[in-house]
Design a protein. Structure first.
Length: 395
């Protein structure tokens, strides 16, 4: 068990909180989706209400180690103030930490909230530079890890700071670790993993780890065509991860050896080109035309997969079933999302495109947990220790 913010008496204590405010901005630098900001609110409110002096820090975008106005966290400070209905002191320094920032932090009163400028304005952040870690740590008394989206990165603000301050988790990190750990390590059975997305390469280690744990593994998305190729099927102009055909063949064999039921799509929605306006056809997997490309799973596959989900007690889903961004090829992904929403199973959505799909189709409030970190959740499912989680003190 890891220590959480509930294990600390916060009265008068400076809480240095690593959040994930990497939110999308439009051309006018207005926030278009504040989901990640809202996810951190329970922790921020708890700390403030319990008398902490709250210092928030985050990155935004890829400014590549230098100050760039379009990546400033100023819009986040405004949105935070609106959501919390209280003033946020924005420490607008291109250096992130300097004498002015230190002075401003020293003037905070119990319950006050400050936000530092974009951590990645400093190249030292991603290099996990000890001096920058030390400078950040100097602003706080206790480090609160609340950024699951960057927990797989050993950066100054995610891991380095913990060399100088005791570290506890916020509510979001606590929830992420709980649901992902329980789903993978102590699942209610039958336990199903659904893997989608384009490339086998991105999911090899996840699939290898899950084959030791699941009862059924469902493969969809662009990587299904690499598995088809491994089975000796023709895939037309479909996407192919050519370097990993042998790996896919090995995974099929491993599933068989371990007694894991491996479900691959039995039909596919093909298109003449990568376009929502393309001519389409639904064909069995043995009959993909040489001049067409697979863009989604077909109706027989949807029936096969949703039937399996109905019997499941735990489902982990990472990766869409097709090119769901195009309405013509969204049915497979939407059907999986709908099946999970209707199921009584524990459903854990592994961030990234899967999370975006669940939100897009309106099922976000009908699944058990949606991870806020795509890359971090993948590495967690691989069985890796995440640097940002490892630094949290044990109880």
């Amino acid at each position: 068990m890891k220590k959480t913010i509930k294990d600390v008496d916060w009265k008068g204590v400076r809480a240095l909180v690593r959040c994930d405010f990497n939110v999308p901005l439009d051309d006018e630098l207005l926030i278009t989706d504040d989901t990640r900001i809202r996810a951190a609110l329970p922790t921020i409110e708890y700390l403030s209400e319990h008398g902490a002096k709250v210092i928030l820090m985050s990155h935004l975008g890829r400014p590549k180690g230098e100050p760039k106005e379009e990546f400033s966290l100023a819009p986040v400070a405004v949105r935070l103030s609106d959501l919390l209905d209280k003033p946020i002191m924005f420490a607008a320094s291109d250096d992130v930490v300097d004498e002015g920032v230190v002075d401003a932090i020293e003037k905070l009163e119990d319950g006050d909230i400050a936000l530092l400028e974009n951590l990645r304005f400093r190249k030292e952040e991603e290099k996990n530079d000890p001096e920058f870690s030390k400078a950040l740590a100097g602003l706080g008394d206790v480090f609160v890890q609340e950024a699951f989206g960057t927990a797989h990165r050993a950066h100054a603000s995610t891991a380095g700071v913990a060399d100088y301050l005791p570290c506890v988790s916020g509510f979001l990190i606590e929830k992420e670790v709980k649901f992902l750990s329980e789903a993978v390590n102590t699942p209610e059975r039958p336990f199903i993993a659904i893997m989608g997305g384009a490339k086998v390469a991105d999911k090899i280690l996840v699939i290898e780890n899950l084959l030791n744990k699941v009862d059924t593994l469902i493969i969809g998305g662009g990587m299904m065509f690499t598995f088809y190729k491994a089975m000796g099927l023709e895939i037309g102009k479909s996407i192919l991860d050519e370097e990993h055909v042998d790996v896919a063949a090995g995974l099929i064999k491993t599933a068989e050896e371990k007694g894991v039921k491996l479900l691959l799509p039995v039909d596919t929605v093909c298109a003449s080109e990568f376009s929502n306006d393309a001519k389409t056809a639904v064909v069995d997997r043995e009959a993909i035309p040489e001049d067409m490309m697979g863009m989604d799973i077909g109706p027989k596959s949807i029936e096969l997969f949703t039937s399996a989900i109905k019997d499941a007690k735990t489902v982990v889903w990472n990766g869409p079933m097709g090119v769901f961004e195009m309405s013509k090829f969204a049915e497979g992904t939407k059907a999986i999302a709908s099946a999970l929403a209707e199921s009584d199973c524990i459903s854990v959505i592994g961030g990234g495109d899967s999370a975006a799909a669940i939100e897009q189709f309106g099922f976000a409030d009908k699944v058990t947990h949606i991870s806020t970190g795509g890359g971090a959740s993948l590495e967690f499912l691989e069985g890796k220790d995440l640097p940002g989680i490892a630094v949290i003190q044990d109880k």
